[in-house]
Design a protein around this ligand. Structure first.
Ligand code: GDP
Ligand code: IMO
Ligand code: MG
Length: 429
């Protein structure tokens, strides 16, 4: 059975958690393949609201096996907190599987993340401060700590010691901070080992066997295409591959197994943290989107920057990820607007660009060229078919679909689990 991938097609917070939840009843495994507890997915089920960070959203569906694969960075203290909180609410988390090769976020990674941001001053990335970048740098530098290292005290001590040499020099000599003691870190990490042990294994093999046994595997991306370390707005990105290819490298499931690639896109755009954002609004319209859409971060509570839909970004995402479907979320937030602008191309220093410019400086200068579409007044939150939507909402969707390079297979009309219109079967693979 092939695998299905869900990824963010903009700058994150598109509603990936809800999209996973929508498909979760049909799937057997749900895999988080990138990022860590920088992610924040809100899922609303009945009167209950769940905020997930490190765990994949599919964990909320009974029977699904949740997997944290090798591409993820794990803060074990956060993992246990999240598991305990879900257990206290009656969610069964006992099936969770964790890759022995996933890297560990330690307290020194969190410290370095925060200190580095402070010293970057106005060039700060606006990270979530969860230690994500420093943990991935150690992985690439080959001085990272993996989950399997927690089960071998002597190796763990050697690795922590090696990792701390450069960090302590940096902390004491450049940042004027106290040195971190190897022993304290080793003790803390060893304290996580026994609870982790039964969850840890060769998840690449387990996923391969699941696919061989005709199980349906869903990969749930954290962050989004424009935050991808290779394809996003570097350096204002996260430190992992949040695009569809990351599902393969981040899990050990080969690319030929990935069939449906579903991009989640909001009917407008938001971004948290620094970096270019051509359609950003600084006026009442931006405030309207923020307040109507409740655009405040699930992880940090920061107000999200808001702007109109950006079709070149959607086309870029469709290309980079090889999308088979879009899920367009939060259409209901646009209700009540007289006119809805959609960015169709950019003006860069007087030259029209149809696509996202490759040069960072050009993208920083990109001014949106808008086409306006008529809005609607009717409440759409109860609509469950495309035909029930007001004509102007239908036309908006069809126009956006034409501009975005891939079919729109589902449309979100509210935060609740069932507030969705399905146009095409995304699992028909
Ligand atoms: P994620 O990080 O991509 O999973 O998205 P977040 O959970 O950070 O942010 C999306 C927010 O939008 C959540 O609070 C969802 O409950 C909410 N949401 C998702 N789909 C819809 C929708 O179609 N309409 C409305 N009004 N809210 C939605
Ligand atoms: P979900 O999965 C939105 C942003 C941060 C910052 C940049 C780097 O909920 O869509 P990091 O801590 O990763 O080093 O921060 O990336 N960022 C997100 N923005 N949604 C997210 O996750 C994000 N995860 C990281 O705000 O600009
Ligand atoms: Mg989020």
């Amino acid at each position: 059975m092939p695998a299905v991938v869900i990824i963010g097609a903009q700058w994150g917070d598109e509603g990936k958690g809800k999209a996973t939840d929508l498909l979760a009843e049909h799937i057997d495994y749900v895999v988080k393949f990138n990022g860590g507890n920088n992610a924040g997915h809100t899922v609303v089920i009945g009167n209950e609201k769940y905020a997930l960070h490190l765990l994949p959203s599919g964990i909320l569906t009974p029977g699904v096996v949740p997997v944290i694969s090798n591409g993820v960075v794990i803060d074990p203290a956060v993992l246990f907190e999240e598991l305990d909180a879900l257990n206290a609410r009656g969610i069964d988390t006992s099936k969770l599987r964790i890759s022995a090769n996933a890297h560990v976020i330690t307290s020194y990674h969190v410290t370095i993340d925060k200190v580095t941001e402070r010293f970057l001053g106005k060039r700060a990335i606006g990270t979530t401060g969860r230690g994500i970048g420093p943990t991935y740098s150690d992985k690439i530098n080959r001085i990272g700590i993996r989950i399997q290292d927690l089960f071998d005290e002597s190796i763990l001590r050697q690795k922590v010691e090696a990792a701390l040499v450069s960090k302590n020099n940096l902390l004491t000599k450049v940042y004027n901070r106290a040195a971190i003691k190897t022993e304290a870190v080793v003790r803390e990490l060893l304290g996580f080992a026994e609870r982790l042990r039964p969850m840890v294994g060769d998840t690449a093999l387990e996923l391969h066997q699941a696919l061989e046994a005709n199980k349906l595997v869903l990969f749930e991306g954290g962050q989004a295409t424009m935050l991808d370390v290779d394809h996003g707005t570097y350096p204002f990105v996260t430190s992992s591959n949040a695009t569809a290819g990351g599902a393969s490298t981040g899990s050990g499931v080969g690319p030929t197994k990935l069939k449906s690639i579903i991009g989640i896109v909001k009917a407008y755009t938001t971004r948290v943290g620094s970096g270019p954002f051509p359609t950003e609004l600084f006026d009442d319209s931006g405030e309207f989107l923020r307040s109507t859409g409740h655009e405040y971060g699930t992880t940090t509570g920061r107000p999200r920057r808001c702007g109109w839909y950006d079709a070149p970004i959607a086309r870029y995402s469709a290309r980079i990820n090889g999308l088979t479907d879009f899920v367009l979320t939060k259409l209901d937030v646009l209700t009540g607007l007289k006119e809805i602008p959609v960015c169709v191309a950019y003006d860069v220093d007087g030259v029209r660009h149809e696509e996202v410019p490759v040069s960072q400086s050009d993208f920083h200068h990109a001014k949106p060229i808008y086409e306006n579409f008529p809005g609607w007044e009717e409440d759409i939150s109860k609509c469950r078919t495309f035909e029930e939507l007001p004509k102007n909402a239908q036309d908006y969707i069809l126009a956006v679909e034409k501009l975005s390079g891939c079919r729109i297979s589902a449309i979100g009309v509210g935060p609740a689990r069932d507030a969705i219109i399905v146009r095409h079967d995304m699992l028909a693979i």
